[in-house]
Design a protein around this ligand. Structure first.
Ligand SMILES: [Ca+2]
Ligand SMILES: [Ca+2]
Length: 216
């Protein structure tokens, strides 16, 4: 029996079938894997941010977690910025990167997260250590492009963070509120603070949110 070089039709069909399955996996499976990677990346960021805020509070110069609202009496130079737009987020970015202090939350090397001034507001004085003439009031933006939300425990249920990531008008208004435990009806982290990433759906207070606490 002589063997011919190359492939028989059956062999070719088998190879094509395998390639199409692999191709399908690449199309369907890869984005899913990337999404899972994004989620665990963001969980890690929130964990590190939680630790940075705890060490901020443990520092006797501060003695408390950053406030939810940037009060201009407490933060001279911030200007008249006491509003609810990305409020808690701006506060922690400012507090953790105060001028004259080493950054307590250096995002260098963290993939996908950034300090971005989404709502384009500025401070009156240079308050962060980012550069000598930088008056931007930044937000920490998650891997899906949404600013995170932060609430000091005294503001749970009192302050909402709004307009996160969208500044175009009321119909696009995005709101975040502190999470409540559905069983006990108490707020999670009652003596601490809540950090919330909206997660892959880019909406706050939904199932896929990534938070600095376990939810029931
Ligand atoms: Ca801002
Ligand atoms: Ca969500």
């Amino acid at each position: 029996m002589t063997r011919r070089a190359g492939f028989s039709l059956v062999e070719l069909l088998v190879v094509m079938a395998i390639l199409s399955v692999l191709g399908g996996l690449a199309v369907i499976g890869l984005p899913r894997m990337l999404r899972a990677g994004d989620k665990s990346l963001m969980e890690n960021v929130i964990l590190q941010l939680d630790a940075a805020l705890q060490s901020y509070e443990a520092d006797s110069k501060n003695g408390d977690y950053p406030p939810t609202l940037l009060d201009s009496d407490e933060f001279p130079g911030v200007g008249q910025r006491i509003n609810l737009d990305n409020c808690g987020n701006e506060s922690i970015v400012l507090c953790l990167n105060r001028r004259g202090h080493a950054s307590r939350f250096d995002i260098e090397g963290m993939k996908g997260v950034s300090y971005t001034n989404i709502d384009a507001d500025r401070t009156q004085a240079v308050l962060t250590s980012f550069s000598n003439d930088d008056r931007e009031l930044y937000e920490l933006v998650d891997v899906w492009g949404m600013p995170i939300a932060y609430f000091h425990h005294r503001d749970y249920g009192v302050v909402e963070s709004r307009d996160l990531g969208r500044t175009s008008g009321v119909e696009d208004l995005v709101k975040a509120v502190a999470w409540t435990n559905p069983k006990t009806r108490n707020f999670y982290q009652r003596d601490k603070f809540q950090i919330i990433s909206a997660g892959p759906d880019m909406k706050f207070n939904t199932e896929d949110d990534i938070t600095n606490f376990e939810r029931e």
